[in-house]
Each structure stands twice: as structure tokens, then as C-alpha cells.
Design a protein around this ligand. Structure first.
Ligand code: DGI
Length: 140
């Protein structure tokens, strides 16, 4: 399997509870390398643009307001099959359905406050990495 990069976000519920290190340990234990990382405060416009595909969903307003409620940590994870591997480490969107040992099972509070985002396809990964990081910030 090829080496890939994926975009990860440690969401406000997790940064607020000081869980960045514990979540990063889950990535590293799974063989994912954090090759870029920064803590930022999103604006409502930026959160809306990032989640534009969900614009028509009933939870869009709640989702974007949540994403600006505290700073987030955006990061690029690299590894063999990193996109799928990260989705496995994250667990199901709703923590009630997440497998034992996953980040969402261990840390998420609800389907909305679910601690992490991860790209769900190669196309999304390329788009989402470019949304947050310039080429100069991606040293590999
Ligand atoms: O890729 P995921 O983050 O696992 O899930 P997704 O792409 O289906 O949805 C993106 C985010 O939108 C998800 O992490 C949390 C939020 N969301 C999804 N479904 C619901 C939701 N938020 C609320 N409040 N209710 C939902 O049913």
C-alpha cells in the first residue's frame, strides 16, 4: 500500500479538555506520523467553507458554530494507507457506534462533539490539506 497523507482536525471539544497529546499518541501508536500541525482559531466563514458539502444538512449551523467555539489543531498525518487507517483510528461518527480503542469511543462526547475530523478519500485529503497548509509547511 502506498504512503499517503490525510488531513486531521482535533476538534474544540477535545482541545478544550486538553486532549491533544492523548489523541496524537493514538495516531502515533497506529503508525501515523504527524508531519505538520498547528493550532488555529477558525472563523465562521472558514468553518462554513470547510464543511460546504454539508450545507443543506440540518446540523450544518450547529456543526459550524461548534467548530469555532474553541481553537482547533489541524494536522497532516502520513503513513501507509493513511486515509483509511486514520478513519479506523478515529472510529464511527457517532461515538455510540465506535469500536473499543478508537479515539471517538474513548473521547467523543456526542455525534456532534466527536473530537476529530479525518479526510474520507484521496480527493478530500488533497483538498483539505491545501485548505490549511501551504507547500512550505509540508516538509515530509
Ligand atoms: O466524516 P465524519 O466526521 O465521521 O462524519 P460526516 O462527514 O458524516 O459528518 C461531518 C461532521 O458533521 C461529523 O463529524 C459531526 C457532524 N454530524 C454528522 N452527523 C450529525 C452531525 N452533527 C449533529 N449534530 N448531528 C448529526 O446527525
Amino acid at each position: 500500500m502506498a504512503t499517503e497523507r490525510t488531513l486531521s482536525i482535533i476538534k474544540p471539544d477535545a482541545t478544550k479538555r486538553n486532549l491533544t497529546g492523548k489523541i496524537n499518541a493514538k495516531f502515533e501508536d497506529a503508525g501515523l506520523r504527524i508531519v505538520a500541525q498547528k493550532r488555529i482559531q477558525l472563523s465562521l466563514a472558514q468553518a462554513g467553507q470547510f464543511y460546504a458539502e454539508h450545507k443543506e444538512r440540518p446540523f450544518y449551523g450547529e456543526l459550524t458554530e461548534f467548530m469555532i467555539s474553541e481553537p482547533v489543531v489541524v494536522q497532516v498525518l502520513e503513513g501507509e494507507g493513511a486515509i483509511l487507517k486514520n478513519r479506523e483510528v478515529m472510529g464511527a461518527t457517532n461515538p455510540a457506534n465506535a469500536d473499543e480503542g478508537t479515539i471517538r469511543k474513548e473521547f467523543a462526547l456526542s455525534v456532534g462533539e466527536n473530537s476529530v475530523h479525518g479526510s474520507d478519500s484521496p480527493e478530500a485529503a488533497a483538498r483539505e490539506i491545501a485548505f490549511f497548509f501551504s507547500g512550505l509547511e509540508l516538509v515530509g
